[in-house]
Write a protein that binds this ligand. Structure first.
Ligand SMILES: Cc1cc2nc3c(=O)[nH]c(=O)nc-3n(C[C@H](O)[C@H](O)[C@H](O)COP(=O)(O)OP(=O)(O)OC[C@H]3O[C@@H](n4cnc5c(N)ncnc54)[C@H](O)[C@@H]3O)c2cc1C
Length: 554
């Protein structure tokens, strides 16, 4: 149907399809970089369906780098590095490492979305709610978008389109981008329900249920017929009522009718099969049914179209990866539309974030395979999918050939280096962004999130996280004589914020750091390097260009 003229019709530099967490985060990043994206969201309000209950990974320090962590902390039951974390059926004990590599922010997804939308409003942006992108057609210089809004259909012409429209992304499909991967035969069912706690016996993280016996609380537990988890809601939401639990079941269920609405009877029947007895659930508040997909877009960019979040990858707990996609893309896309992007800047988004997505999928598949193996019988090993087996091989060698594979992985993880590596994989910090080398031997921090160093500047004390709130590039000179700041080439002056400071964190990991707007180190000089500025101007030119930004069209 041809689009009708509408007051909303017009042109835009950037349109974001989807105002979920990733679209909102991208919109905030783009506003911080001086652009004015249009965000199209088909839903009239924030989605109240239960989804994520928390963020796991590097996005937690990254939210601190944007000044958002404190606001979210107010709503969270936990924020910070965790001493223990589960990897499939295994519990990882990071207390042995001194510092935990895994960060958590236990906050329900809808609250995260509310905070991000409020931040977008503060930054002068809005979401066009009730506006659905219905079709797109790419041209050499723009993309035509057909939109169905509350006031009728209209047409937009955008220079760039970011598809943040979730797993079933229309943008991805219409851009012809493949989404290869696997769909597991396992059906997950999740319900927020009331359990009669007065009749339950609590002891040591276990709960005794008449007719079933003792069940473990929190974490996924394998039974002969599937997996379950039982989590008191108060652990995730401090305002929740006592006695309310999130009940999860996972089982192979080829008879499930995926088109029918999920009911409490369906959850009851699944719990009976998985647990071997009746779970006395009442008062269902939220019920969801999920099919486990592990898929990744074969390209994150097709010309003027980019994908981020679930539109680019699905593998379960994927908010960390998705929100970090948005942080990586925002400043690059802004520089592109403002005409100040060095060659290849926007293309580096695909290279950096597709690699990160591959690592995230690898660890998700390895966790799934370990859960399948359960307690180590040969029957379970035979059920591991080819992708799961491949992921285990990549991380732990020929573990499946061991008579007790799960026990073997447990022993491997006693080694601190291996434990840290798996922790970093969960965090998403194992991936070093592939950076063009400006030095023959790049500093170990290059390609990684800059550490949150404590600093003394002439304006007082600060830290790296605070310097990154504005999402601008920062050249941090920690030399005693400001040698790096003074060696900045005149044509590079003003491209980044230059800060000279004394490093209060000991030992100082570097004499100078060039930090990109997404918090990643583009270049660094080691402490005690004779010519600390060498390579710095090359790195500046690689990531920042002095061309004057054109006026943004209204
Ligand atoms: C039950 C469940 C539990 C989960 N638990 C966790 C967890 O604990 N931790 C974690 O990290 N992740 C979890 N996840 C995954 C997490 O919810 C997703 O990774 C996250 O929602 C992805 O965000 P997104 O913005 O990419 O996509 P979405 O959240 O899917 O948002 C996409 C948005 O685009 C809109 N949209 C779609 N098409 C159009 C269109 N054509 N026009 C306009 N708007 C459109 C949609 O309405 C939606 O608002 C869970 C998911 C589920 C389902």
């Amino acid at each position: 149907m041809p689009a009708q003229p509408s007051a909303r019709a017009g042109q835009a530099d950037i349109v974001i399809a989807g105002g979920g967490p990733v679209g909102l985060m991208l919109a905030c990043e783009l506003r911080l970089s001086g652009t004015d994206p249009i965000v199209l969201e088909q839903l009239p309000g924030i989605d109240e369906t239960p989804k994520g209950n928390g963020l796991v990974g590097q996005i937690v320090p990254m939210l601190d780098y944007r000044g958002l962590l404190d606001r979210l902390r107010e709503e969270a039951t936990f924020a910070g590095p965790v001493p223990r974390f589960s990897f499939g059926p295994l519990e990882l004990d990071f207390s042995r490492l001194g510092t935990s590599p895994v960060h958590i922010l236990a906050v329900p997804q809808r609250r995260l979305e509310k905070v991000l939308e409020a931040r977008l409003t503060e930054l002068g942006g809005t979401v066009r709610r009730g506006h659905e992108l219905t079709a797109l057609s790419p041209h050499d210089d723009a993309i035509t978008l057909d939109v169905r809004g509350p006031g009728g259909d209209y047409r937009l012409r955008a220079r760039y389109l970011a598809g943040c429209d979730g797993a079933h992304s229309l943008v991805r499909k219409q851009a012809g981008i493949g989404f290869p991967g696997t769909t597991s035969p396992e059906i997950s069912r999740i319900g927020t329900v009331r359990l009669p706690t007065a009749k339950l016996t609590w002891r040591g993280g276990m709960v005794k249920i008449p007719g079933i016996g003792r069940l473990k609380l929190m974490g996924q537990v394998r039974t002969p017929r599937g997996t379950y988890s039982l989590s008191p809601l108060t652990v995730l939401d401090k305002n929740a009522a006592a006695g309310v639990f999130i009940v999860y079941t996972g089982e192979d269920d080829p008879t499930a009718d995926l088109s029918a609405p999920m009911t409490l009877d369906e959850l009851r029947a699944s719990a009976r099969r998985v647990l071997g007895g009746d779970l006395p659930m009442t008062d269902p508040q939220r019920l969801t049914r999920l099919v486990a997909n592990t898929r990744q877009a074969d390209r994150y960019q097709a010309g003027r179209i980019l994908l981020a979040g679930d539109a680019a990858h699905v593998f379960g707990v994927s908010l960390n990866t998705g929100l970090l996609d948005a942080v990586n893309l925002g400043w690059k896309l802004a520089a592109q539309v403002q005409g100040r992007a060095p060659d290849g800047l926007l293309e580096s988004y695909h290279a950096e974030r597709r690699l990160a997505g591959q690592h995230a999928i690898l660890q998700a598949r390895a966790q799934g395979a370990l859960t399948t193996i359960g307690q180590g019988g040969s029957d379970e090993v035979a059920k591991v999918s080819p992708e799961g087996a491949e992921a285990l091989r990549e991380l732990f060698g020929d573990v499946l050939e061991h008579p007790e594979p799960l026990q073997h992985v447990r022993e491997l993880l006693r080694e601190p280096g291996q434990l840290r590596h798996i922790g970093e994989l969960i965090e998403g910090s194992d991936v070093r962004c592939p950076m063009p080398a400006s030095d023959a031997q790049p500093h170990p921090l290059v390609g990684r999130l800059a550490p949150d160093l404590q600093l003394e500047t002439r304006h007082g004390r600060t830290r790296v996280a605070e310097l990154m709130h504005a999402a601008q590039g920062v050249l941090l000179d920690l030399t005693a004589d400001s040698a790096v700041a003074e060696a900045t080439a005149p044509d590079q002056a003003g491209l980044v914020t230059v800060i000279t400071a004394r490093c209060l964190t000991e030992p100082a990991p570097a004499a100078a750091l060039l930090i990109r707007p997404d918090g990643h180190v583009a270049w660094a000089a080691g402490p005690g390097t004779p010519d600390p500025a060498a390579g710095m101007n090359t790195a500046l030119r690689t990531w920042f260009s002095p061309r004057t930004p054109p006026q943004i069209r209204p």
